[in-house]
Ligand binder design. Structure first.
Ligand code: PLP
Length: 533
């Protein structure tokens, strides 16, 4: 065969890898300095990129020059620039140089850290980094302490918050099932398969429902018998009074409350559920069992907001740091450094105070995975803490981010984003054309253009969406919308409306970018006529 490329060619890695890094460096400069020719939201139509690709894979290897040229020709037009300083959509997925270098090295080392034995460094660095980060966000030792034979704590990197919620729910389901079986056996009986119920607020992320579907608790995405989505109060927090009432109804109907997902920083408007009100309500209905047979599981999803806890002054708002209250009453917590802590996707940090239940629910050991250290029980095998068997060396990038920046720089980055959001909020509040639609709790501002006094709700919604689409199409910035409930004078939900969201958290976003975003929005509003009737 002529000239087969070697799979691992050190020369090629240096030459072409170097060229690829040059391309990335030029891209990053372009994001900052000449963003005008890079529309933040991709402008291609469905199928445009696929049409540029041949129908079949090449039979013979191609030159690097041809391959890399397609970055500009094929890839770039189809990119939405998440790292642009003008990216305000969804939540950020901010990255950094140490994060990228960690990813690169992890790819090049090419190890699979499924077992301690398959790369001890991958496991032991992950354990230590999870302990560092747990301490850094103020988690108590029952979560953040490194696992030992005598404690039940533990932290692990999952791919995403969705996976974290899923593994927590599976652990909860099995823990309660075991407790019920043991109780029944003590009385000489057995239990049939119980009907479990999961609770979260109406503002919780859809990953809670999805986890219940995968865990076999919900029949389908619309099953509101087994996944109860509790209404929210005017601050968009789960209503603990309704949670308590629904739990009592479920118990009376013979169903078993199994799992509560509280959210600190909801996806729609970064509302922060009141953990103590939730835990008190759950306690009153016996959700937690007694100290000897703890059963129901309280999980905290703080996928986006958790990064904020790196700053001590923000912890109280996230219910972190008060003895025996807030987070101390929960069984697990997760947050995504890949959203707002300068760490490349994918990196979700998950801690539990009951790792034994987690491992009991997820561990299975075929002969081909057995080895002396695992058999001796002297090591951590993270495969038992997650859904897949194989696992990437994700800890490397997080380790690099923590070491290169130090906690100080990370705190500075979060504080700056929160301050910029406060500045934007002040502009919106001072401008009578706009209204705020949710309390600002961190780096997200939810607002809209007001309609005229007699405009219908549907017209104002449509008008706001058109307003946002027009700005996004122009390419100078990108932001997105959600739908939030509306209330009567009391706390009852009577309807909903469209809210525009600006999340400030991209790695490169600075004051001048947010000022420009406000200028763009304000100018576009000046050129818009609000519906009146
Ligand atoms: N939970 C919350 C509160 C979120 O905001 C999101 C995504 O934005 C998720 C979960 C899902 O995150 P992931 O993509 O890591 O599964």
């Amino acid at each position: 065969m002529p000239d087969q490329p070697s799979p691992l060619d050190p020369r090629e890695l240096k030459d072409i890898g170097g060229e690829a890094l040059e391309l990335l460096a030029a891209y990053w400069s372009r994001l900052t300095h000449s963003s005008k020719d890079l529309p933040v939201l991709s402008r291609v139509s469905p199928g445009d990129i696929a049409a540029l690709l041949p129908a079949h894979a090449p039979e013979r290897g191609e030159d690097w020059s041809t391959i890399l040229a397609d970055l500009d020709r094929v890839v770039m037009p189809g990119l939405t620039h998440w790292q642009s300083p003008h990216f305000y959509a969804f939540f950020p997925a901010n990255i950094s140089t140490p994060g990228v270098i960690g990813e690169l090295l992890s790819a090049g080392l090419g190890v699979n850290g499924m077992l301690w034995a398959t790369s001890p460094a991958a496991t032991e660095i992950e354990t230590r980094v999870m302990q560092w980060l747990g301490d850094a966000i103020g988690l108590p030792p029952r979560f953040a302490a490194a696992p030992t034979p005598t404690n039940n704590s533990g932290g692990v990197i999952q791919g995403t918050a969705s996976e974290a919620t899923l593994v927590a729910m599976v652990a909860a389901r099995d823990r309660i099932r075991r407790a019920m079986k043991a109780n029944a056996a003590a009385k000489g009986g057995t239990v049939s398969r119980p009907e479990f119920v999961v609770y979260a607020s109406q503002q919780a992320h859809s990953s809670v429902v999805k986890a219940a579907m995968i865990a076999g608790i919900a029949d389908d995405a619309d099953d509101r018998v087994h996944v109860r989505l509790v209404p929210v109060d005017r601050a968009f927090r789960m209503r603990a009074d309704v949670l308590e009432r629904w739990m009592r109804e479920d118990l009376a109907a013979g169903r078993v409350p199994c799992f509560i997902a509280a959210t600190l920083g909801t996806t729609g408007c970064t509302a922060i559920d009141d953990l103590d009100a939730i835990a008190d309500a759950a306690d009153r209905v016996g959700f937690f069992g007694d100290a000897s047979s703890r059963t129901g599981w309280l999980h905290v999803d703080t996928a986006h907001a958790g990064a904020m806890a790196i700053c001590p002054e923000f912890r109280a708002a996230l219910h972190i740091g008060v003895d025996n209250r807030g987070i101390n009453r929960c069984d697990s917590i997760c947050f995504n450094p890949h959203k707002w802590l300068l760490t490349n996707f994918d990196c979700d940090c998950f801690w539990t105070s009951d790792r034994r239940s987690l491992i009991a629910a997820l561990s299975i050991t075929p002969e081909y995975l057995r080895n002396a250290q695992s058999d001796a029980g002297s090591v951590i095998d993270y495969r038992d803490w997650q859904v897949p068997l194989g696992r990437r060396f994700r800890a490397l990038k997080l380790w690099f981010v923590l070491r290169r920046f130090g906690l100080d720089t990370l705190r500075h980055s979060v504080r700056e984003h929160v301050a910029l959001a406060a500045w934007l909020e002040a502009q919106i509040v001072a401008d009578a054309r706009f209204e705020l639609l949710a309390p600002r709790t961190m780096n997200l501002v939810c607002f809209r253009l007001r309609g005229g006094a007699r405009a219908s709700a549907a017209d104002v919604d449509a008008f706001n969406k058109q307003f946002m689409d027009r700005i996004n199409r122009a390419g100078q910035m990108y932001f997105t919308h959600t739908v939030l409930p509306t209330f009567d004078d009391d706390t009852e939900i009577v309807g909903s409306h469209v809210a525009l969201r600006l999340a400030i958290g991209a790695s490169l976003t600075r004051r001048e970018h947010v000022e420009r975003a406000w200028e763009t929005i304000s100018h576009a509003a000046g050129a818009t006529t609000a519906p009146t009737s």
